[in-house]
Design a protein around this ligand. Structure first.
Ligand SMILES: Cc1cc2nc3c(=O)[nH]c(=O)nc-3n(C[C@H](O)[C@H](O)[C@H](O)COP(=O)(O)OP(=O)(O)OC[C@H]3O[C@@H](n4cnc5c(N)ncnc54)[C@H](O)[C@@H]3O)c2cc1C
Length: 415
């Protein structure tokens, strides 16, 4: 590249940091602007990811080792009595949101990462783009990467028609320390990706790095994700209302979730899940939930702007793809710029072509995998046979399956 392109990355979470690190290493002049005032590492819990993400992280941090996560090879489905109803071998890589974030944050020059910078709008002319911030400052670049998440300010300005749509269910989540799991339960489930499929819901649990990102045996964490149908107009608003009666949009800080909902979660766990897994829910001090959304953008580029990660597409978590997709977006954008010799316009044409198709297909696959949960809001009599009962062998094969096994991606195989 004759002159390094000046790249403005909006959003300094995992997607923004993957892009910023790769572009920085490719010789671009990169700056990150994050609206939060301080480190984001307290967010999130366990994540399941694909090996493609590890390959991308190795381009940034060649020295990473096994301690970045936990490899599992076996999946089991437990029935209500706690017996194994189905078992299969399929590799899965588990890590924690904070582990990946801290690694990527440490790898990027601190002087180029700015907290407390809330983007307000984007201005563009033929060959450049300007970011305008809430504090009145603005900065020009050759390319703006919108990695500002599902509620992207950039996308809302440039493609207001693209709105997240609620899938009809929430994911209840929680994490406990490995040492709090009774030894007999630990021996049975800890090193396995474990599912329970009581009618109408789907529970998954797996080990993740523990406190301080520890992956040593005895110091890890154990994470659950329990998908439960939740009506958008009745239960979801109630869940998002605190004890003082204050409504918090479509999410609520975990400590403000009303005790009666936590009690209901634990009672239902005891009544419907395998006892080993109900015990994990029981021991979780602060369960929390995320409402599940789909998001598809009509385009990924607009002039000198590229949408990336959750700002571009959000697939339901059944594909375990959020971080991996953000990494694949970042890798494609970086390679396109490098191979175009720094010609941003040419690179964006390639980025749009390759990543839009991938995003559309992965959202479709995730929708298919979550259709069963969505259907639970219909009266029982109106549900098809497939909507009444999940088959463990299908669920264990398809949830978070490797990229090569995803049916939607194999039509005209994508890279
Ligand atoms: C609890 C949790 C569990 C998850 N589990 C999984 C999993 O198992 N597997 C998986 O692959 N993925 C999972 N994901 C999703 C995954 O974390 C994301 O898909 C991935 O990290 C990419 O996110 P992102 O960086 O694009 O967006 P986000 O993480 O949403 O980041 C957007 C950033 O932009 C900032 N921002 C927003 N607006 C502005 C603005 N106007 N100006 C400046 N900054 C702004 C925000 O503060 C935020 O830091 C999970 C996410 C969460 C939160």
């Amino acid at each position: 590249m004759d002159k390094p392109p000046r790249v403005l990355v909006i959003g300094g979470s995992i997607g923004g940091l993957l892009a910023a690190n790769l572009l920085h290493r490719a010789g671009c002049d990169v700056t990150v602007f994050e609206r939060a005032e301080e480190d984001l590492a307290g967010r999130g819990a366990g994540i399941s990811a694909h090996h493609g993400l590890l390959d991308i992280i190795r381009r940034i941090c060649p020295e990473i080792d096994q301690s970045i996560g936990i490899e599992l090879s076996t999946r089991i489905c437990l029935d209500r009595s706690g017996r194994i109803a189905h078992q299969t071998e399929l590799p899965q890589f588990m890590s924690a949101w904070g582990r990946i974030y801290r690694l990527l944050k440490a790898a990027f020059p601190a002087a180029r990462y700015h907290f407390g910078m809330q983007l307000e709008r984007v201005d563009q002319d033929a060959g450049s783009v300007s970011a305008v911030f809430a504090d009145g400052s603005h900065i020009r670049g050759d390319l703006l990467v919108a990695a500002d998440g599902i509620r992207s300010t950039v996308r809302a300005q440039l493609m207001p028609e693209a709105q997240p749509s609620y899938a009809g269910y929430v994911a209840w989540r929680g994490i406990i320390d490995e040492c709090d799991i009774p030894p007999a339960v630990h021996a049975e489930i800890f090193e396995r990706y474990t599912f329970c499929l009581p009618e109408g819901t789907m529970m998954q649990s797996y080990p993740v790095p523990g406190r301080n990102d520890d992956t040593r045996p005895g110091h890890r964490g154990y994470n659950f994700v329990w998908y439960r149908p939740t009506d958008e107009h009745l239960l979801l608003p109630q869940l998002c209302t605190d004890t003082a009666g204050r409504r918090h949009g479509v999410s609520i800080p975990p400590p403000l979730i009303r005790p009666k909902f936590i009690a209901e979660l634990k009672t239902t766990a005891r009544a419907t899940l395998a006892p080993q897994i109900a015990g994990i829910v029981e021991r979780t001090e602060v369960p929390f939930f995320h409402a599940i959304f789909d998001l598809e953008s009509p385009r990924l580029t607009h002039g000198r702007v590229a949408l990336l990660g959750d700002a571009a597409f959000v697939a339901r978590p059944h594909v375990g793809m959020g971080t991996t997709k953000a990494g694949l977006d970042a890798q494609c954008l970086t390679d396109a710029i490098t191979q175009a010799g720094g010609n941003i316009d040419a690179a964006l044409v390639r980025y749009e072509r390759e990543r839009w198709q991938f995003g559309t297909r992965i959202v479709a696959q995730a929708r298919r995998l979550g259709a069963y949960l969505q259907a639970q809001l219909k009266p029982r009599a109106q549900r098809s046979a497939a909507e009444l009962q999940q088959r463990p062998e299908v669920v264990l094969r398809e949830i978070g399956s490797p990229l090569v096994d995803i049916r939607e991606l194999s039509i005209n195989r994508l890279t």
